[in-house]
Design a protein around this ligand. Structure first.
Ligand code: GLU
Ligand code: ZN
Length: 331
């Protein structure tokens, strides 16, 4: 029997969905469904100040408007006995929550597991990357940590006054994987990434740990997301292996760019669904996006169900996707 595909959409609800998010949700859904798989949603709201519950509810409403139906997640525990025993003590409402902000106890359990493996150390540097809870994007640039706090003695640690962040020591290892869109990708974790934060000094878990733990527990075997996240993938694959999960297959899809080649962002208010839903039917928007992604030839009205029948990753080019002119006429 072939493996059942389980894909996911994992938005950070820091605002209204914009066209890039819509395309990501569409491609993830089409890929999973065209293979007879499941598609589930997880809300990445670790940063609760930036991600209020009302935003998540708006995202559910927008996805429903688009016609994306989600399957219920099934949480599976990893083989490791220590982790399993600890997870069994956690209330099932927490285990089954799709909101990362409610899953802290789970992340703590995995943090302890990594501590037992001597992979975690406290970092007292003031540059504790306040934004570590949100997904880093390529354009953010990346600071490679120099390892300043790695070999502090217990005494030196006691003298520190700040509350530390927690870092994970990466191996000096070349990671290679085949991305479904980009192809072969290699990264040396020590040189190109460095020891990274898994918990901020204010106690909030970082994106890299939470995303890996949750993809693992939810049995995700297909991840579709923007190619601005390719730089996170090597460490997530390494973490999957360390935690006893099988890493998913990744598809880092090309980004949607404006007519002038500019990347769409949350700042492009005209391109978020609050505006678009006022004047456009979902079939029209789906048709425009499907056309810009190479799935259909003309931007004609179409439903997701219709697109499932002919979906193929081969049709999607490995270069920026430009919003077609017909869209420009509407904004
Ligand atoms: N929550 C992340 C974001 O919205 C995406 C994480 C992922 O797909 O791995 O940028
Ligand atoms: Zn440090």
């Amino acid at each position: 029997m072939s493996l059942k595909i389980i894909g996911r959409f994992a938005p950070s609800p820091s605002g209204r969905m914009h066209l890039g998010n819509v395309l990501c949700a569409m491609l993830g859904y089409l890929s999973a469904k065209s293979q007879g798989g499941h598609y589930i949603i997880r809300i990445e709201d670790l940063d609760t100040l930036r991600c209020p519950r009302s935003n998540a509810e708006q995202i559910f409403d927008d996805l429903d408007w688009l016609g994306i139906k989600f399957d219920n997640p099934k949480f599976i525990f990893p083989e490791n006995e220590q982790i399993k025993t600890e997870l069994l003590k956690i209330h099932k409402d927490i285990i089954n929550s799709i909101y990362q902000s409610e899953r802290t106890q789970i992340y703590e359990c995995f943090e302890r597991f990594l501590k037992n493996k001597a992979l975690v150390y406290p970092c007292y540097c003031s540059c504790s990357e306040l934004h570590a809870a949100s997904a880093p994007h390529l354009s953010d640039g990346r600071i490679i940590y120099a390892g300043t706090c790695k070999n502090l003695t217990d005494n030196e640690r006691k003298q520190k006054e700040r509350k530390p962040a927690m870092r994970l020591a990466v191996p000096d290892k070349k990671m290679t994987f085949i991305d479904g869109c980009i192809g072969k990708y290699t990264e040396n974790l020590t040189i190109e990434c460095g020891d990274f934060i898994i918990k901020r000094s204010d106690g909030v878990f970082a994106y890299q740990l939470a995303v890996t733990v949750d993809d693992g527990l939810m049995g995700i075997n297909e991840v579709v997301r923007g190619n601005d996240l390719i730089g996170s993938t090597a460490r997530q694959i390494w973490l999957h292996n360390e935690l006893g999960f099988k890493p998913p297959k990744f598809y880092h899809m090309p980004l949607l760019v404006a007519h002038d080649g500019r990347r769409l962002s949350k700042r492009d208010k005209d391109l978020d669904l609050s505006k678009i839903r006022k004047y456009m039917k979902p079939e029209k928007l789906i048709g425009i996006l499907a056309c810009s992604a190479g799935l259909i030839e003309k931007p004609e009205d179409i439903s997701l169900n219709e697109l499932i029948k002919t979906f193929s990753w081969d049709k999607i080019p490995n270069k920026d996707l430009i919003l077609p002119d017909c869209f420009k006429a509407n904004i």
